[in-house]
Design a protein around this ligand. Structure first.
Ligand code: ADE
Length: 235
């Protein structure tokens, strides 16, 4: 998978992709993330990428031309499955959307800034608009980093223990159950006996019940949809 991110603040995206899981994905050749500075596609001495909004009002709007040039330059190199615009008025991002995007080949992600992008960019180029939550960030960069992390870790082979993404919270429509590691007794706080029993089926059932309990308690809204049982295939 290849992800090309278009931004006016490339520095904001330099950190997240050179570390841990994303770095490993890149080293293994499973994912490639490239950052593009929109200013490189702007014309004139000023390298202008934004301008005042027609009709007035506070805040600048990102111009069509540099974005169009950048997208066209990328499209000349390869085909893209989606051109995503990160925006608070987009489709809410969640695990099913991450799963779906992880199956794609090449993605472009456009990060909005200022008051957003000229509407004609959205009409002509954008195939999908995604929000990471009902709050407004100063730009789409951190949202793009969140999406990229959530998607790349789902590509088979990126995580060391392949099953671990399948047991994440939300992957089966439920929150994840509690987890423990050594010591089995920490100052009298004991790990549930069942986890030390070695009985795999009982452990799977315990984890499922704990997941349901935790979900009921913390996120009852998730229980409106279908819930898969232990052993069900995760789609
Ligand atoms: N840009 C600014 N806020 C955002 C949000 N909540 N989600 C995606 N992109 C954004």
């Amino acid at each position: 998978m290849r992800i090309d991110i278009i931004t006016v603040v490339p520095g904001l995206l330099e950190g997240p992709f050179s570390h841990s899981i994303l770095k490993r994905a890149e080293d293994k050749g499973l994912a490639k993330v490239r950052i593009h500075n929109l200013r490189d596609y702007a014309s004139g001495k000023q390298k202008q990428v934004d301008d005042y909004a027609f009709g007035g009002g506070a805040g600048m709007v990102m111009m069509v031309e540099p974005i169009a040039k950048c997208i066209q330059a990328l499209q000349a190199e390869r085909n893209y499955d989606e051109i995503i615009y990160m925006t608070p008025d987009g489709q809410p991002f969640n695990q099913p959307v991450a799963n779906e995007l992880s199956l794609k080949g090449n993605l472009i992600i456009l990060c909005g800034h200022y008051k957003g992008v000229d509407e004609r960019v959205r009409q002509k180029y954008i195939t999908r608009e995604i929000s990471i939550g009902d709050f407004v960030l100063s730009g789409g960069e951190l949202a793009a980093a969140v999406l990229t992390d959530a998607v790349i870790r789902l590509i088979p082979g990126v995580l060391n223990d392949e099953t671990s993404a399948l047991t994440d919270s939300f992957q089966d429509g439920l929150l994840a159950p509690p987890v423990y590691t050594r010591p089995a007794d920490y100052n009298g706080m004991k790990v549930p006996d069942i986890l030390l029993s070695g009985h795999n089926e009982k452990i799977a059932n315990w984890r499922f019940e704990e997941s349901v309990r935790r979900t009921k308690e913390r996120r009852p809204d998730l229980l409106q949809g279908p819930v898969s049982e232990p052993g069900d295939e995760v789609k």
